[in-house]
Design a protein around this ligand. Structure first.
Ligand SMILES: Cc1cc2nc3c(=O)[nH]c(=O)nc-3n(C[C@H](O)[C@H](O)[C@H](O)COP(=O)(O)O)c2cc1C
Length: 398
């Protein structure tokens, strides 16, 4: 079985979007151009994260410039009532030919109260199990209502929908595919009951594989089987040298302040930036330099061949792999690492590199020919004149 490669359709964009001087204004025209690029290059789809733009609006607004890409749109359960979300999803899927799936995310205690969600961490997951159960039933066309602990929906009256719908045959919907994440015990318990595709931020291939086997075993206890996917940033070039040069450039464009803020977010409770001691000696060496006001060299954040915890939009994970983990290397070596992840049970890769359009081209050009892609359609070769073996030999010469 091949792999699915997705890209990222979320503002901001730029060369170094985690720094004010490297971030672009990502307006609607730019997002349309990005979506149409992702679609044209043959990515399976793209992740639409919570943040600047409302994901259903974003997906709907780029339907007319895309034909086959899927939209994996992040949703916090409870922000939109399940009956309304089911109608939104039905509409987008009717208009798009079933291209919308949701990424069920439950955020964190810091962000959610500002969205009007005040449930504590574990209760959010209890609520979420019900929410998605109700959503899926309504999406599939149930008119039976829902009587849960949190969610109560009355059965639908016969003339619901008004005059224009009366007498019409209701459309039929395939079961809705739900992707999602959650690493805590409550998050895993929720995932194995609710999700079809379980996502996790990346780690080294063996560690990610270990996590997925653990989650898979929990799902099996319920008689369920999940697919697994991961989220990575990527710097792929023709040679290792070029890729690491670019990683070095990104470090040179990153402020010590960004590193410090990211470390502070990652510290275990009760620890401080000035005194924290990691069990990993390389992390301690990196911390010493950052405390002295300078950033270590790019290679000092390589935790496994081609797996890098250098600066990225989603964090500069100096203390260890988290949201910002990046694949760095020649096309051939990155492809080998992707296959290593695949051997650990990972079938789906949600990638991003900045600027998003430029790097989407690089990945499609250099990496796609080296992978066995399972996108459900023929993925076009950007450089039909260049055979995969040429990419390999360029890499081998490095
Ligand atoms: C691939 C992926 C994408 C995510 N996207 C979002 C997002 O768009 N918005 C968000 O608030 N959290 C997002 N999250 C984080 C989850 O909401 C959640 O905080 C995280 O999985 C930790 O869950 P836990 O509290 O069960 O450990 C994402 C997580 C993963 C693995």
């Amino acid at each position: 079985m091949g792999v699915k490669i997705l890209w990222y359709l979320t503002a901001p964009d730029g060369v170094v979007p985690w720094e004010a001087d490297g971030r672009w204004q990502t307006d609607f025209g730019h997002l349309q151009q990005l979506a149409s690029t992702i679609d044209k290059l043959g990515y399976y789809g793209a992740l639409l994260a919570t943040g600047a733009d409302e994901v259903n609006v974003l997906a709907a607004s780029v339907l007319s410039v895309t034909q086959r890409m899927k939209f994996v749109a992040a949703v916090y359960p409870g922000l939109i009532a399940p009956a309304k979300l089911a109608q939104i999803a039905q509409t987008i899927n009717r208009f798009s030919g079933n291209r919308l799936v949701y990424n069920a995310v439950n955020g964190n205690d810091k962000m959610l109260p500002a969205q009007g969600i005040h449930l504590a961490h574990d209760e959010r997951y209890d609520y979420s199990v019900e929410y998605w159960d109700a959503f899926k039933r309504l999406y599939a066309g149930s008119n039976q209502g829902y009587d849960g602990k949190y969610i109560k929906i009355a059965p639908r009256p016969a003339d619901f929908g008004g005059g224009s719908q009366r007498g019409a045959t209701p459309p039929r919907y395939e079961p809705f595919q739900l992707w999602g994440a959650g690493s805590s015990s409550a998050g895993v318990a929720h995932s194995v009951q609710t999700l079809d595709v379980y996502l996790s931020f990346a780690n080294t291939p063996p560690k990610l594989g270990e996590k997925f086997r653990r989650v898979g075993a929990e799902a099996e206890k319920l008689g369920r089987k999940l697919e697994f996917g991961t989220r990575l940033q990527i710097i792929v070039r023709e040679t290792e040298e070029e890729a690491w040069e670019y990683a070095e450039y990104l470090v040179s464009r990153t402020s010590v302040e960004y590193a410090r803020q990211s470390i502070e977010r990652q510290l275990p409770p009760g620890e401080s930036f000035d005194t924290y001691v990691s069990p990993d000696p390389q992390v301690n060496r990196n911390l010493e330099q950052i405390r002295a006001g300078r950033l270590p060299k790019a290679r000092d954040y390589e935790i496994y061949p081609n797996i890098w915890t250098g600066p990225a939009l989603h964090g500069f994970n100096v203390l260890g792999p988290a949201q910002g983990t990046t694949l760095v290397g020649s096309a051939e070596n990155v492809a080998a690492r992707i296959r290593e992840f695949q051997e650990q049970g990972v079938g789906t890769f949600i990638l991003s590199g900045w600027p998003l359009i430029e790097e989407a081209y690089r990945v499609a050009d250099l990496l796609f020919p080296l992978l066995d892609l399972d996108h459900g359609f023929d993925v076009p070769l950007l450089s039909p004149g260049r055979r995969p073996s040429q990419v390999s030999s360029i890499a081998a010469a490095a």
